[in-house]
Design a protein around this ligand. Structure first.
Ligand SMILES: NC(=O)c1ccc[n+]([C@@H]2O[C@H](COP(=O)([O-])OP(=O)(O)OC[C@H]3O[C@@H](n4cnc5c(N)ncnc54)[C@H](O)[C@@H]3O)[C@@H](O)[C@H]2O)c1
Length: 441
């Protein structure tokens, strides 16, 4: 066995700071409480439900991940949030309409206790929203300093030993990486000058890292995926990851397209469309916010299929993604995919997918896993970009110059091998030759 990494124990309370207290956040918080009260199982959470195989297949060692690595227990989680809309988690959950009253009413008092702190919010970055629960300050630096004060106060008031922060807020308008994001010095100068290149999400990320708090980005905004904040994460020894929870249609894409490539089947077109009626759908109805999402969704196919390496199969793929705001469906999204493929002698075939999913039901367990794994990374002294958490994201952050890994099952292997590596267990290569080639005695 290899040496295990030194991991600080998960003693005391872990504060989960949620930026945005909308559909995803409230479904996550309500779900954790339901599990804690024994009313439900944490379905969809790898950290809670999955086992991990250790050693050879013949050894029969497959503990639960939660028993193998020292994760914070669900009973030790406490929740904080910021939102420009002043609704507490109970009211917000009712507005979101994801969960039935039968799941919300029994935990009403608990949900009412999660009240959003005033947000750093600017309509220039999320055009379709308006809110009254908003901070004011002389400039962006001052606003970010107010967030730092919130973080410290929350930690103190709730007696937390550790914190993590997760962006579950609306998708901001598209921002191209520019000079203000190139270095920490340029970023901080831009904060002082109120540069429009510094979005609210970046101020949360900066405040989080300055306070030594790990940060995950569940939306496709640039946020922490720029040299300036990567530099700060490394300087502060803090883990970061993102971007954009991989839940519905893109998760399907990262399962189907590796299958096509594995079999060397060709692809001529992939048309994806969605109808979605929640607040996220309304925000994404704004073309500038949609552009941020579109970039995140489009990159996946090209990265997986590598058209420059396989021009005959993937050189001319027509890829289109649409999201249509359609209020009657609420959070219950319907995602259609029409996939035009070709096989032997170029004969065409089609695959159709109709995924009637529930956006926040798919996203909530990801928030839980990210909170627990980021905290584990922090206690294991892992800092900067956590590529092993790519499993959770549509646009996984990776080291500069490194192509991100999109294939869901490679991502899963990477995640599990990282856990094995942390605990000093052998990596599993799936070679398996040892079961067939017997060494002479
Ligand atoms: N399956 C999924 O649900 C899924 C998948 C991938 C990404 N996402 C992303 O997760 C995010 C949350 O989704 P949702 O369905 O909960 O949306 P939502 O609209 O229900 O909630 C977002 C909340 O963020 C708040 N907000 C906006 N700007 C803020 C700011 N600057 N500071 C603090 N709060 C702010 C809004 O007021 C709102 O309450 C979205 O960006 C969405 O694109 C969701």
């Amino acid at each position: 066995m290899a040496d295990a990494r030194t991991i600080a124990p998960a003693d005391g309370k872990l504060g989960v700071l949620l930026v945005g207290l909308g559909a995803v956040s409230t479904t996550f918080v309500a779900g954790v409480e339901a599990v804690r009260r024994g009313r439900a199982k944490p379905v969809g959470s790898l950290s809670q439900m999955s086992t991990i195989r250790l050693g050879k297949r013949t050894e029969g060692r497959s503990p639960l991940i939660s028993e193998f690595v020292p994760l914070a227990g669900l009973s030790d989680l406490v929740f904080g949030a910021w939102d420009p809309i002043p609704d507490d988690a109970y009211t917000s959950a009712k507005v979101g309409g994801v969960l039935n009253d039968a799941d919300v009413e029994p935990i009403k008092g608990f949900l009412e206790s999660v009240k959003p702190m005033p947000a750093v919010f600017d309509r220039a970055y999320v055009k379709r929203l308006q809110g009254s629960n908003v901070k004011t300050g002389a400039n962006k630096r001052e606003l970010a300093d107010q967030l730092r004060a919130d973080i410290r106060r929350f930690k103190e008031e709730h007696g937390c030993t550790r914190l993590v922060m997760i962006w579950c807020a609306s998708t901001e308008v598209f921002i191209k990486p520019g000079p203000a994001h190139d270095s920490l010095a340029a970023f901080e100068a831009a904060m002082d000058q109120d540069d429009p290149a510094i979005a609210p999400s970046m101020l949360y990320a900066w405040a989080s890292l300055k306070e030594g708090v790990p940060f995950a980005n569940g939306a496709p905004n640039l946020t922490v995926d720029a040299p300036a904040l990567r530099e700060l994460a490394e300087q502060q020894g803090v883990p970061i990851c993102g971007k954009d929870f991989k839940t519905g249609q893109t998760m399907m894409k990262t399962v189907i397209s590796p299958m096509l490539k594995a079999r060397m089947l060709g692809l001529s077109g992939w048309y994806s469309t969605n109808i979605l009626g929640n607040r996220d759908g309304e925000v994404l109805d704004d073309p500038e916010s949609f552009k941020t999402k579109e970039e995140s969704k489009l990159g996946v196919l090209e990265d997986i299929l590598q058209p420059s390496m396989y021009p005959d199969l993937y050189g001319e793929v027509y890829h289109k993604v649409r999201i249509n705001y359609y209020p009657p469906r609420g959070d219950n999204k319907e995602g259609w995919d029409n996939i035009d493929i070709f096989g032997w002698l170029n004969y065409p075939m089609q695959i159709k997918i109709d995924f009637l999913c529930r956006d926040s039901i798919l996203a909530a367990p990801l928030v839980l896993d990210l909170a627990l794994f980021l905290d584990l990374a922090q206690r294991s002294d892992m800092n900067g970009v956590q590529e092993w958490l790519s499993f959770y994201f549509k646009s996984p952050m990776a080291a500069p110059g490194l192509a991100p890994e999109h294939d869901l099952f490679i991502q899963q292997t990477k995640l599990k091998n990282t856990l094995r590596w942390l605990m000093g267990e052998e990596q599993i290569t799936h070679l398996g030759i040892e079961y067939y080639e017997h060494q002479p005695a």
